[in-house]
Each structure stands twice: as structure tokens, then as C-alpha cells.
Design a protein around this ligand. Structure first.
Ligand code: DAH
Length: 341
């Protein structure tokens, strides 16, 4: 029996030392020390021994059990240390490898121009407001004094969502005048930049989507002089001090009187050149005194309050500022173009 215990000692301790896996080690524990294990099998034969031999064999067997347990425990520690070491190696980061280069973009040139305009108006106490691009015909037309039958209401010009022509993609930012008058406390000083949509074929000067900036002031005692003074100041800030302007009579249904604002061509000084198409003047925006009917329709008493409004195209401004000759470049998102700004 002594030999059997010695053989078991040799075999088990060697197997344990060779083991490299925690699960395998557990199965070794069961194999040697479990209820149906090899040590138990040997102990079952103790009955065959004489009374004198038994205590010594018992002691040997207990010592073997303790040694196997200790060997397993030690091996377990080694295995988990090995496992950690392998993990550290596999997850190690080589900090000397070159990093990934992330290409940072920058603001679109048109939004640079928009930011510049926003700054100018914020500096004069205006607030920037935002509104829906999907609009009611009521707000895009009717409340702006644009009657049924007006050409701009045609299905050939406007993107409608409904057969009854009641919901559409706004064709101008002017409905923001109505939203502001209906929801804001008086006095109002606001600009509303945003996208507008018209059924235009794409070419160098047209796009079915483009941007406008609407502006409006409503207060007591506002006159055409306020309109002219403010817009002259804005034009000087955009095009430079001393820029010559001209307010040319025009018609818009929602303003009375209405005008268009031209600047004298900064390229030729008004003589006529390709930039101004020989006119000497460049049209910048439409404007006017808010029509009393429009004020009244928004619940504002035109005998107490008055105001002025303007609307201008943002793309045209950006094209001029950056000397870009084709509107399509603004929307195509070609990196070779955008990287120049
Ligand atoms: N909404 C006009 C357009 O799209 C531009 C415009 C003209 C806006 C006169 C105004 C204004 O606020 O007073 O052509």
C-alpha cells in the first residue's frame, strides 16, 4: 500500500505541475481527491491492513492528501498569473506606432457669410429666429397678402404636399414675419435665416433649394427712414464703408411701400462691367414697410405700430463675397472646392 501511495504521489504531483489550465486542474483534483478518486480508492483497502500498520498508512495518506491540495493551490496561483500575463501581452498597446490622422473639416463658406450677417444684426439688438420649412399656404401666402391666383402660388412654381394646396415647402422666409408677429411680444427686432424651395431647374444661378435671410422690425413710430438707415449700415458692414446704395421702388404684396436695394458695383464703380452685367448696380435685397393689412391680420394695430422688413438671398451674397461664379459649387460638396476656403 505504501508503494501505491508513493506511485500516486509521483503521478499526481507531476500531473499538477504540468497542468496549464484552471479547468483541467479542477478535473485533476476530482481525479485524485474526489469521492470516486484514486486516493479514496486506495484508502478503501485500509481494511486489509493489520492494526499496527494502519496508523502509519493513515498518516501517509493524510499527508499525501494535504500535499496534493497544496500543490493544486500553488498551481492555481501560477495558472492565473500566467493567464494575466498572456492577457497583458495580447492587449498591450505599442505607443510608438504612428497614430491615425483624422481630417478636420471647417465651416462651409456660405455659413461664414451667414455668421457674419448674424453678428451684424445681433450687434444691433436683433434676435435670430428659426421656423418650419414645411409651411401652411396660409403663412407662406395668404397672411402675407398674397391672394389666391397670384403666380407664385402656381403648382409649377411651388412644392405642395396636399391636393388642396394647403401645405407646402416654404418658397420664402417671409412667413417667419407672421410667426414672429403672432407669437412675440412687441417690439420685435428679428432676422430669420433658412432654406426655401422653388421648382427651379438647376443651373449656374438657380437651385430648387436655396437660402434666404428675412428681417423685420415692429415698433411704435418706425418709418422708411429706419429701414434705409439700418440697411445702409448693414451694407457698409458687408461691402465696406462708403458703399453707395440705391433704394429702387418695387412691388411686394406684403410691404407698402416696397423697394429693392441695389449697391453700386464695387468692381467698376458704377460704369458697368461683367460683375454687374453692365448695369453699374447689383441688386442685394427686397424690402419695404410692413403692409397694414399684414399687421392687422396678426392682431397688431397698424394705427399704433408700424414696421419694416427685408428678405435677401444668402447664396448670391456668398458667391459675390468669395467671387464664385457657379451656384452649383455651393451645394455639390466637392472637397476640392470647399478646401479653398
Ligand atoms: N420674400 C421676398 C422674395 O422671396 C423677398 C422680400 C421682399 C422679403 C420684401 C421681405 C420684403 O421681407 O419686405 O422675393
Amino acid at each position: 500500500m505504501k508503494q501505491m501511495l508513493q506511485d500516486l504521489r509521483d503521478a499526481s504531483l507531476k500531473a499538477i505541475l504540468d497542468c496549464e489550465d484552471a479547468e483541467l486542474l479542477e478535473s485533476l483534483r476530482v481525479k485524485y481527491l474526489g469521492k470516486k478518486g484514486e486516493l479514496t480508492a486506495i484508502l478503501r483497502q485500509m481494511g486489509k491492513l493489520s492494526a499496527e500498520e494502519r496508523p502509519a498508512m493513515g498518516q501517509l495518506a493524510n499527508k499525501l492528501r494535504a500535499d496534493i491540495e497544496e500543490a493544486i493551490e500553488n498551481r492555481n496561483k501560477v495558472i492565473s498569473a500566467l493567464k494575466m500575463e498572456r492577457r497583458l501581452i495580447s492587449e498591450s498597446v505599442d505607443v510608438t506606432l504612428p497614430g491615425k490622422r483624422y481630417l478636420l473639416g471647417h465651416k462651409h463658406p456660405m455659413y461664414n457669410v451667414l455668421d457674419q450677417i448674424k453678428d451684424i444684426f445681433i450687434g444691433m439688438g436683433f434676435e435670430i429666429v428659426d421656423g418650419p420649412e414645411v409651411e401652411l399656404a396660409d403663412y407662406n401666402f395668404t397672411k402675407l397678402n398674397i391672394d389666391e391666383g397670384h403666380p407664385s402660388r402656381e403648382w409649377t412654381d411651388t412644392f405642395y404636399f396636399t391636393e388642396d394646396s394647403s401645405i407646402l415647402l416654404r418658397t420664402q422666409t417671409s412667413p417667419m414675419q407672421i410667426h414672429a408677429m403672432e407669437t412675440k411680444e412687441l417690439p420685435i427686432r428679428m432676422i430669420a435665416p433658412g432654406r426655401v424651395y422653388r421648382k427651379d431647374e438647376v443651373d449656374a444661378t438657380h437651385s430648387p433649394m436655396f437660402h434666404q435671410i428675412e428681417g423685420m422690425v415692429i415698433d411704435k413710430g418706425i418709418t422708411m427712414a429706419d429701414l434705409k438707415a439700418t440697411l445702409n449700415l448693414v451694407v457698409e458692414k458687408i461691402y465696406g464703408e462708403g458703399t453707395v446704395t440705391r433704394f429702387r421702388p418695387h412691388h411686394f404684396p406684403f410691404t407698402e411701400p416696397s423697394c429693392e436695394l441695389d449697391i453700386q458695383c464695387h468692381k467698376c464703380g458704377g460704369v458697368g462691367c461683367p460683375t454687374c452685367k453692365g448695369e453699374g448696380w447689383i441688386e442685394v435685397l427686397g424690402a419695404g414697410m410692413v403692409h397694414p393689412k399684414v399687421l392687422a391680420g396678426c392682431g397688431i394695430d397698424p394705427d399704433v405700430y408700424s414696421g419694416w422688413a427685408f428678405g435677401m438671398g444668402l447664396e448670391r451674397l456668398a458667391l459675390g463675397e468669395y467671387k464664385i461664379n457657379d451656384l452649383r459649387l455651393i451645394f455639390e460638396n466637392d472637397k476640392r472646392f470647399l478646401e479653398q476656403f
